[in-house]
Ligand binder design. Structure first.
Ligand SMILES: Cc1ncc(C[n+]2csc(CCOP(=O)(O)OP(=O)(O)O)c2C)c(N)n1
Length: 207
């Protein structure tokens, strides 16, 4: 009788050595490295709350209401403004809802797009329900298998900063996955979608 294959959960994941970090701290570290008008698209909820709290910039866009749209919006901006670096910040639950965007990004291959995925294994903002993939799925491996070759877990804060610099210099899309704790976001984005859109379009020089 053939042996049952060992379950995925029993295998060490690439995430197992990654330090559990903090979303606000990493967002501040990221924003501090931006000096060339890079556009940053914050995904729904905590992700854009912490982006807001890290210091508002005209080139920031804060997604309200729908999960999984940070990467698709960032792809559109990256295609529209190929000279500008574009960064999408997304929660793991939101990315899992819109996984197809990874292969679309890989196929389109914008030179100027970086994705940061904050993996806490839960839908934190709606009550910390576990995502179906919690503890099993390896987001960087999913991204690589979708065709985004430069996709990796950040080992710690210094590694994250190094990976951000490398991604911004890389001439193909990149994804950085980070494990994060369950701390609440530090601030709250002002919920005014028209203002958010107008400020962003001005920030990108298209108004
Ligand atoms: C399409 C859609 N489904 C469900 C919701 C409700 N909802 C809003 S945020 C959220 C959880 C987001 O999880 P994640 O992206 O992992 O971010 P976290 O809250 O963990 O920071 C859910 C379920 C929604 N806004 N849109």
């Amino acid at each position: 009788m053939s042996k049952r294959p060992s379950s995925a959960a029993a295998e060490p994941r690439a995430t197992s050595n990654a330090k559990v970090m903090n979303r606000y701290d990493l967002t501040c570290r990221l924003v501090a490295r931006l000096t060339r008008g890079e556009a940053v698209i914050g995904g729904i909820g905590n992700t854009n709350f912490d982006l807001w709290a890290a210091g508002q910039r005209p080139e920031n866009y804060y997604m309200l209401g729908s999960m999984g749209l940070a990467c698709p919006i960032a792809l559109g901006v990256a295609i529209a403004q190929p000279q500008r670096q574009v960064i999408a910040l997304e929660g793991d639950g939101s990315l899992l809802m819109q996984l197809g965007c990874l292969s679309t990004i890989a196929a389109r291959a914008p030179k100027n797009l970086t994705i940061v995925v904050f993996d806490n294994g839960v839908y934190q903002i709606t009550g910390a329900q576990k995502t179906p993939a919690a503890g099993l799925a390896d987001i960087a491996a999913i991204a690589r298998a979708s065709g985004i070759a430069q996709s990796t877990w950040a080992a710690d804060e210094e590694d994250f900063e190094r990976l951000v610099d490398a991604a911004l210099a890389h001439l193909a899309p990149s994804l950085i996955a980070v494990r994060i704790d369950d701390k609440a976001a530090v601030g709250q984005t002002e919920r005014d979608p028209v203002q958010i859109r107008e400020k962003f379009m001005k920030g990108l020089g298209v108004r």
